[in-house]
Design a protein around this ligand. Structure first.
Ligand code: HEC
Length: 127
C-alpha cells in the first residue's frame, strides 16, 4: 500500500474515533446537567413526575412521550429551555435557563432529551 493512502486511512480512523467520543461526551454532559437542573420537576426518568412538579398547576412536560416530543424540533426545544415557558407561549412555571447554562450545555441537554424520548426532532437539526 502506498504511504499516502495509509496516512489518510489512519487520519480517517482517528477522526471517526474522535467524533464518536465527542458525541457520547455531549450526551453524558447533557445527562449530568439534566439530573442537576431538570429532574426536580421533570422527574428522574424525565417522565414529568418530579417531586417539585406535583405542586405545580401545570404539569412539567413528559420528555419520554415520543409522540409529543417528536413534534418539537431541536430549535424549538432550544428556545423553550433558553427563554423559558413564559416567552414561548408555555407555562411560566418552566424557567428560563439562559442565565444558568451555556449554549453548548443546552444542546447537550437536548441530545440527552432525544435519548429520553427515543425520538428526533424531524425538522431542524442541531446547528
Ligand atoms: C420548576 C420546575 C421546572 C424545572 C426545574 C424545569 N422545568 Fe421544564 N417545564 C416545566 C413545566 C411546568 C413545563 C410545562 C409547560 C407547559 O406545558 O406549559 C415544562 C416544559 C418543558 C419543555 C417543553 C416540552 C414541550 O414540548 O412542551 C421542555 C423542553 C423543558 N421543560 C425542558 C426543561 C429542561 C431541559 C430543564 C432543565 C434545564 C427544565 N425543563 C427544568 C417545569 C420545569
Amino acid at each position: 500500500m502506498q504511504k499516502g493512502v495509509l496516512f489518510f486511512l489512519i487520519l480517517f480512523f482517528i477522526f471517526i474515533i474522535a467524533a464518536d467520543a465527542a458525541q457520547r461526551g455531549n450526551q453524558e454532559n447533557g445527562r449530568r446537567l439534566y439530573q442537576s437542573f431538570c429532574t426536580q420537576c421533570h422527574g428522574i426518568k424525565g417522565d414529568g413526575s418530579g417531586r417539585k412538579g406535583d405542586a405545580l398547576d401545570t404539569r412539567p412536560a413528559d420528555h419520554t412521550n415520543k409522540e409529543a416530543m417528536s413534534k418539537r424540533t431541536d430549535a424549538e426545544l432550544y428556545g423553550i429551555i433558553w427563554y423559558g415557558g413564559k416567552n414561548t407561549s408555555l407555562s411560566e412555571l418552566m424557567p428560563s435557563w439562559r442565565n444558568a447554562l451555556k449554549e453548548d450545555d443546552v444542546w447537550d441537554i437536548i441530545s440527552y432529551i432525544r435519548i429520553l424520548c427515543n425520538c428526533n426532532g424531524g425538522g431542524a437539526e442541531k446547528k
